[in-house]
Ligand binder design. Structure first.
Ligand SMILES: Cc1cc2nc3c(=O)[nH]c(=O)nc-3n(C[C@H](O)[C@H](O)[C@H](O)COP(=O)(O)O)c2cc1C
Length: 400
């Protein structure tokens, strides 16, 4: 069986769902050419404003975030493109001439109707396939380059302006998870006549404080500021936004936030994303990850008997219901497989501190006290060896 990875996004056919998200990786023509040659289906170019030169970047731009020594994300204080609109226009022309089948998406940011519309028109004239609007940036507000909206009314207004200027070229609005009601804002985008949303942008954050200098991170020559959180830490929030938008709004969705592997990508597609925008994983592992993303996704689809992405997109949404609709009255209990247990004691601690004290330690190894276990799953969540499952009580377990 051969698998077709092509996908329709805002009425345009992409050869696969993987797109570079706007970041320093998409601000340089040479890198974009390499990425297209490597197999990326498209790229959203680093956001540009009418007069980007009024902002000045500070360094370092990014900081790594770890939890228990594992990479969980990045925080960045980057601003708009280092290049002028003229340079980006030229990049769009060059890319479209050389790669007519790749999807080139300029990302624009403005603070007046006139600027939103003039940018959109310029990039449409340069040959852009789609226009993406960056209406929010966690650390860009004071520069006055952007309207900075995270609510329905302002978002709808901008979407209408850009849609009017872009003519037949599709318009996508990039949403923020900090929006007080991302669904209401996505509905406003739908009302505007725009074609899609990208969800989500980075989340405004502080990643820590240096306990020696007392200066919060990032330390820019002795002072700090708030920055945008990206990478794996964002994934659960981005998955939720993707699913909720897909369930409630009839718009194409570019998922963004914590997509690192093909498995992550498959999850976003199953929850309704049409395309997958990737940034942090590219900075971390390079543009070459596209090979594994495509082959991994294709291999999994083949194994599942799914021929095309229409078999995948939104497939998991019917399982997502409101809390009140979840099945009630079904009993589970913890089952610890002794042959897998490493005896770390995490399950015992968890059950003592948050459960029903339903685990005892017998010669250092945990045993479930069946009469006390309510199946809350806290022990399974804390188990470091995957030894615990939740099972329905049966005669085998001597409970019935
Ligand atoms: C260094 C850096 C620069 C970014 N610049 C932009 C930008 O110019 N415009 C934009 O819309 N998003 C920008 N982003 C956000 C990414 O496009 C993406 O939405 C976000 O990082 C979440 O995806 P990820 O978890 O794959 O990184 C930037 C992110 C990083 C890390």
């Amino acid at each position: 069986m051969s698998v077709d990875l092509s996908v329709d996004y805002c009425g345009i056919k992409l050869e696969n769902p993987f797109i570079l998200a706007p970041s320093p990786s998409t601000d340089h023509l040479e890198l974009l050419i390499q990425a297209f040659e490597a197999g990326w289906a498209g790229a959203v170019l680093k956001t540009v404003a009418v007069d980007s030169s009024i902002v000045s970047r500070v360094f370092p731009l990014v900081r790594r975030i770890e939890q228990e020594s594992a990479f969980i994300g990045l925080q960045n204080i980057d601003l708009v493109s280092e290049h002028s609109v003229e340079v980006i226009e030229q990049n769009v022309r060059t890319l479209k001439k050389r790669f007519p089948n790749k999807v080139v998406i300029p990302s624009i940011m403005a603070s007046t109707k006139e600027d939103w519309q003039s940018l959109a028109k310029r990039f449409v004239d340069a040959g852009a396939d789609i226009i993406e609007c960056s209406i929010w940036c966690p650390h860009g507000a004071e520069w006055g380059l952007c309207t900075m909206v995270q609510e329905p009314v302002g978002t709808e207004q901008i979407a209408r302006w850009v849609k009017e200027a872009a003519g037949d070229v599709p318009v996508v609005i990039k949403l923020s998870a900090q929006d007080s009601d991302i669904i209401a804002t996505a509905i406003a985008v739908e009302r505007s006549g725009a074609d899609g949303v990208c969800a989500i942008n980075t989340i405004k954050s502080i990643t820590g404080v240096n306990l020696t200098t007392l200066i919060p991170y990032p330390n820019v020559a002795g002072l700090s500021t708030y920055g945008g959180l990206s990478g794996p830490a964002l994934k659960p929030i981005a998955l939720r936004c993707t699913a909720e938008i897909a369930q409630k709004v009839d718009l194409d969705i570019a998922a963004s936030g914590g997509i690192t592997t093909w498995q992550d990508g498959a999850e976003f597609l199953l929850l309704g994303a049409n395309t997958l925008q990737i940034c942090t994983a590219v900075l971390r592992f390079g543009i070459g990850i596209i090979g594994e993303l495509k082959s991994g996704l294709g291999g999994w689809m083949e194994e599942k008997g799914m021929h095309s992405l229409t078999d995948v997109i939104g497939r998991s949404l019917p399982y997502l219901v409101e809390h009140s609709q979840l099945p009630r009255g079904i009993q589970f209990i913890s089952n610890i497989r002794a042959e897998v247990c490493k005896g770390c004691g995490n399950c015992y601690t968890a059950c003592q501190s948050g459960g029903h004290q339903a685990i005892s330690l017998v010669e250092g190894l945990p045993q479930v006290i069946m009469s006390k276990c309510i199946g809350c799953g806290i022990c399974r969540a804390m188990c470091s060896s995957g030894a615990i499952s939740l099972v329905r009580p049966t005669k085998d377990l001597n409970i019935i």
